[in-house]
Write a new protein. Structure first.
Length: 134
């Protein structure tokens, strides 16, 4: 299976809000790292994190703007996340009811037909600013 197909299947799991499929996209010792999860999560922590994200943003969607294999076993993506904060915040705060939309990029290591790691990069201040109560 091509790296781009593996990555698209992974993004589909994010968009279906299926933690089991999301974790199944990774190797058993895979890791996920983003500005909200630094220095990274194992798969148990990642499943819990994803569930929290989906609770905060029940309509969350990830749209791939670009995806490619930049070298053997390494993929890169450019994406946009959209969603509305209608559930409790990831920190337990009350929902704002505000929409978010922010771009990011990921570097993904592929092992066989699974992700070994994802390092997601985005500016969390953009999301925080969009959620801020005025």
């Amino acid at each position: 299976m091509k790296a781009t197909e593996i990555i698209r299947r992974y993004v589909d799991a994010w968009n279906s809000h299926d933690a089991t499929a999301l974790v199944a996209a990774f190797t058993k010792d895979g890791t996920y790292c983003s500005p909200h999860t630094y220095p990274g999560l194992n798969m148990d922590g990642f499943a819990e994190f994803a569930e929290t994200v989906w609770t905060s943003f029940p309509d969350l969607q990830v749209k791939l703007l670009n995806v490619g294999e930049i070298e053997a076993g390494v993929g890169a993506t450019h994406w946009i996340v959209t969603g509305t904060n209608t559930g409790p915040g990831m920190d337990g705060s009350e929902p704002t009811g505000r929409p978010v939309s922010f771009n990011g990029a990921s570097i993904i290591q592929i092992e066989g037909d699974k992700l070994r790691s994802e390092n997601a990069y985005f500016d969390p201040k953009i999301m925080e600013g969009q959620l801020a109560r005025k």
